[in-house]
Ligand binder design. Sequence first.
Ligand code: CA
Length: 228
Amino acid sequence: MAVRVLIVEDEEQIARFTELELKHEGYEVAKAADGRTGLSMAEEGGFDIILLDIMLPGLNGLEVLRRLRKTSEVPVILLTARDAVMDKVSGLDSGADDYVTKPFAIEELLARIRVALKKKAAAAPAEDDSVLTYGKLKVNPTAYSVTYDGTPVELSKREFDLLAILLQNRNIVLSRDTLLGKVCGYDYFGETNVIDVYVRHVRSKIDEPYGINMIQTVRGVGYVIKDE
Ligand code: CA
């Protein structure tokens, strides 16, 4: 299967040139021209590596990286302006795997991509790293399974989605509207309090029987799962 690369770069010429070169090398390429689009595409997953410009409209590259690192360990190579030393330092601090300075020679970029992919392959954990945990709770989004201390917990599809989304966005308060869109679909037109109902269900199946306070209500805003 082809290696999938996401290019997040607002300078169209650079994005297009890089795309052509990467495709020529046999990579599959997708592009985003601003930070928010790039982040949501990256969060959707399915990419093997991300090339991330720092100066982006909407959300800058470092912020995209910081948010992405909450849920994903996908290799990220930053594209930085010449001599922006601080960018490189904060980029590596924010969890970038490497950086190239623009304008870059395509050979250098290709070499750095190969190194980052190899490093990732070598570091691949034995356990499925997509499993979300909260204390003794384990949520496996690929297998759609939930266990608490090894005991299976039965959740409906929407209860499961709600729980997974809150865990994937740990420490971020999500509004009812956001949750509604993600759990029920953005074309959902029923009652908005269904989210409260699903939260109640999940609490009654996990929080209450196991005596934990996982899903927290933020009055007037929505819900959050914080670090345990
Ligand atoms: Ca830029």
